[in-house]
Write a new protein. Sequence first.
Length: 227
Amino acid sequence: MNINMNGIVIICGNYGSGKTETAVNLAAKSRQAGKQVKIADLDLVNPYFRTREARVFLENMGVEVVLPNKKYMHADLPILAPAVAGMIQQPAELTILDAGGDDVGVTVLAALESYLSRKKVQMIQVINPLRPFTETIEGCLTIKEEIEASSKIKITGLVSNANLIEETTPEVIYEGYRFIREVSDTTGLPIEFITASSQMIPKLDMDRFHCPVLTIDRQLAFPWTST
């Protein structure tokens, strides 16, 4: 199954969920499929794993990347590039907004309410059940409610990004899929897709999934590495 997302898509989730890696890969794979793609980095809280770290990779693919003003590139300040408002007013075939983690990170979306309220917007919650606070259904619901309250936008879909980085096994992906189905049943929200690394894909039985699978090619360096 192919991932067929269009319009304005906000990627959100708790810290450590892998939302930015998901956003970057969704942008890249959609561009490879021939779509016009724009992506904006709205993460003004977390100093690591930001979309801006993958800027060259994305721009070389033909993805338009909108970042905070250059002098604020590594600052944690509530500053929005005017281009973000323009991006919302004139979206591409797929326009991705990579929001900050948790309820604090998505408050920037509330500042864009006057623009977003005029458009049809999807907001996807990325969940890694192997991270703190989202290892239970109740935890996922709490994160969901906090994000919605701070952003003033309702979450419309779910993504499972179950992984243990290099220690991920097929069983981790399968269990993540089982878990996201339970979250979906509880909330009534659809599963938009699940993720799996390019190294993991050949090891998976794809017939076990009844939703699209986004292949993840890691583009973001970990803060404890030299790359």
